[in-house]
Design a protein around this ligand. Structure first.
Ligand code: CP
Ligand code: NVA
Length: 308
């Protein structure tokens, strides 16, 4: 039985408090250091992670599967095509069945309501591996990367350039929970629905029409693809709207001298980011990708066992 009754799900960044993030970040660094020294840490021996992918993935699939192996457990992967998810079985039924066999579940899907419905019928913790609305595991890894390389994120300025997508929505929540400033610059029609932000989120966000203004004095500049998975029908309209919304060296130059660049990947050089930025010395993208592994090991451990 999990120490969390009912089970502790991780469906969006705001599901955890700042104190819990302090614990998780420290724990992820401890687990990472052990992994680097090849010291076994196997709290999941005899336990199983079930992953469900309704959208493509490289990093999320690998980091959860390898992470669970490193923790001594087993991972099983289902996709829409090879399971009853693609044939209309109610998500509530899938949750009841999967959670009788698994010890923890990760789902990547479309609407946030799908993970919410699954969670409310699951006996075990559910982790959101990306929905149309949020990508909390990625921002957890990104914050870990920032903290490792630059120290506390509290009080710093993070700039989001581009589509107000699942990554942007998650950064908005992170700004409130971890108490940093978030500058957001998006093309018209692709910005944050400001009336949907709560008062605390609004006090942590500033909105800009020019991405250069948003990047000034920033400690971290981050962006993402112009068209997220599930929105491919809008590709041509988005290409037109996002022309000129590319993170370039000029934007990095007006930020803090030690500014970092982040991108959750996969990236499109010459679209949302210039090659010289993503492949340049301020880019932390490969560290972010690696940290998915360590951050999620700490996360799986916490939702299943609590603080160890
Ligand atoms: N950043 C990220 O989630 O990558 P994948 O789509 O490859 O999992
Ligand atoms: N916003 C992107 C992130 C991919 C990891 C998408 O949802 O496709």
């Amino acid at each position: 039985m999990s120490p969390h009754t009912p089970p502790r799900h991780y469906l969006q960044f705001s599901d955890f408090s700042r104190e819990e993030y302090d614990y998780l970040l420290a724990r992820a660094r401890w687990i990472k250091a052990r992994t680097k020294r090849f010291e076994p840490h196997r709290p999941f021996a005899g336990r199983t992670l079930v992953m469900v992918f309704e959208k493509a993935s490289t990093r999320t699939r690998l980091s959860f599967e390898i992470g669970m192996q490193q923790l001594g457990g087993t991972a099983v992967c289902l996709t829409t095509q090879d399971s009853q998810f693609g044939r209309g079985e109610p998500v509530e039924d899938a949750a009841r069945v999967i959670s009788r066999m698994a010890d923890v579940v990760m789902i990547r899907t479309f609407a946030q309501s799908i993970v919410e419905r699954f969670a409310s019928h699951s006996r075990v913790p559910l982790i959101n591996g990306l929905t149309n609305e949020y990508h909390p595991c990625q921002v957890l890894a990104d914050v870990l990367t920032f903290v490792e390389q630059r120290g506390a994120i509290q009080g710093k300025t993070v700039t989001w350039v581009g589509d107000a997508n699942n990554m942007c929505n998650t950064w908005v929540q992170a700004a409130r929970v971890l108490d940093f400033q978030l500058n957001i610059a998006s093309p018209e029609g692709y910005g944050v629905a400001q009336d949907k932000l709560d008062a605390a989120e609004r006090t942590h966000c500033q909105f800009f029409t020019d991405p250069h203004d948003a990047c000034r004095d920033s400690h971290l500049i981050t962006t993402d693809v112009w068209t997220s998975m599930g929105f491919e029908a809008e590709n041509e309209a988005r290409k037109a709207a996002f022309t000129n919304w590319c993170v370039e060296a000029e934007m990095m130059a007006i930020a803090q001298p030690d500014v970092l660049f982040m991108h959750c990947l996969p990236a499109h050089r010459g679209e949302e980011v210039a090659a010289e930025v993503i492949d340049g010395p301020q880019s932390a993208v490969w560290d972010e990708a690696e940290n998915r592994l360590h951050a999620q090991k700490a996360l799986m451990e916490y939702v299943v066992f609590g603080k160890l």
